[in-house]
Write a protein that binds this ligand. Sequence first.
Ligand code: BMA
Length: 333
Amino acid sequence: MKSIPIGNLISSSVIRRHPDNPILDASRVPYPTALVFNAGVTKFNGKYVMVFRNDYGSVERQTLEPHHTTDLGVAFSDDGVHWEVQPKPCFKLHDQEIIRAYDPRLTVIDGRCYMCFAVDTQHGIRGGVAVTDDFVTFEILSLSTPDLRNMVLFPEKIDGKYVRLERPFTVYSRGGVDRFDMWISESPDLKYWGNSGLLLAVEDVAFANDKIGPAAPPIKTKFGWLTSFHAVDLDPARGKNGWEPSWKKRYTAGLMMLDLDNPKKIIGMYKEPLLAPEVSYETEGGFRNNVIFPGGMILEEDGEVKIYYGAADAVECLAMAHIDELIQLCLND
Ligand code: BMA
């Protein structure tokens, strides 16, 4: 696959960015912090809950050793817009082998809150699944073999099995460069995962030329599982774009519909990005500009879908769209 530059991309017209964006940033976190982004968000026991990635090194340290200073923070909200960050971080993995855990994704299944997360270790990147009832104590149920990341759980069992989307890093077998696809696996108990299959390949996404992977956990609709994904395109002509010497990737969000009974089957897909970096908090001043990374989607009773996304690897944002419009994008395109 040749990496032909993708060019200009814009968000779908159904998307409305919240006027209070960013809805959470480092200025509102009461402990060491520099970047607050790529959160998992869900509704749990009548409240909105957000578990966010907190990179807490200084600007200089983020640039020099960005991977050594990450924990997860938790915030609660009554309206999904205004957040009360809890006084202490809620989750951190760090020892001689484990460098950090990051990019949490939350799914409520049968009244318990499950969290998928990525784990950088000295011997590869692993995908974790944990469960919590209070966001204080987390029980780790499984850690995958490397390299795996971006795991998200479906909110209910399908045909008696838990189901997750995931993104292995198939470097060696795909030419030694990023060419990563989206996979799907199932489990009887959230511990042992198998029956894995390819769900969506990077070459099948017109606005990606680098890699794709899951984004927020899917939403159930009567037409199927409304499922977001992240799509990355690389353009060698891009310049600095952040705190590093150069950042040449752009992250957008895509949308597709999976069959309700057989989520290994894609029944519809929007051919253009749902969300592309356009406004200043997405394109300027971040750790890595031009990154949009949805980690939570909540369907409200009135049909509004709240889409939470990390912007520029620096802040957490919110966009809204109506469920009917999102379904239409997938099924009519
Ligand atoms: C990926 C992950 C994400 C991040 C993205 C862009 O590899 O580290 O957390 O948002 O890169 O930097």
